[in-house]
Design a protein around this ligand. Structure first.
Ligand code: DQA
Length: 147
């Protein structure tokens, strides 16, 4: 199994960006953690981050064209308004899990709506970086048909 982990805008600044909300760990720390998880789960994980909507859409198409088993996606603020990312997910036959580091439901009202969720197999919010790990576990279970 091979997975893509896609992080959207401003997530390259993890560790520096609002550490009270997103924690002190960096995107590189997250990628290192995925290297450990690759061994543990015997899967391949390819990380990708972009601040650009089109680049994220191209990557989602690539997930389909290159036969990825699943995508773990934190779309950042695009979550709340990007119909283009939503349509890209609907266009590909690859399961996507949406992850948010913070609990978007306890923050500003605009963060409560996700235009992405309806085209995902599930959403994990509020567990910090551990949410990505939970998503990897859920995705492997989903693919083998246990959830
Ligand atoms: C976020 C939540 C979004 O509302 C915000 O715009 C982000 C990060 C999260 O991981 O908690 O950039 O997706």
């Amino acid at each position: 199994m091979k997975f893509l982990v896609i992080n959207g805008p401003n997530l390259n600044l993890l560790g520096k960006r609002e550490p009270n909300v997103y924690g002190k760990n960096t995107l590189d720390d997250l990628h290192q953690r995925f290297k450990q998880l690759e061994q543990e789960y015997k899967v391949k994980v390819d990380p990708f981050q972009s601040n650009h909507e089109g680049a994220i859409i191209d990557k989602l198409h690539e997930a389909y064209e290159e036969n990825y088993s699943g995508v773990i996606l934190n779309p950042g603020a695009f979550t709340h308004y990007s119909y283009a990312i939503r349509d890209a997910i609907a266009s590909i036959d690859v399961p996507v899990i949406e992850v948010h580091i913070s609990n978007v439901h306890t923050r500003e009202a605009f963060r409560r709506e996700s235009v992405i969720s309806p085209v995902t197999i599930g959403q994990i919010v509020g567990f910090g970086f551990y949410g990505y790990e939970l998503a990897l576990k859920a995705m492997t279970e989903y693919i083998v048909g246990r959830v």
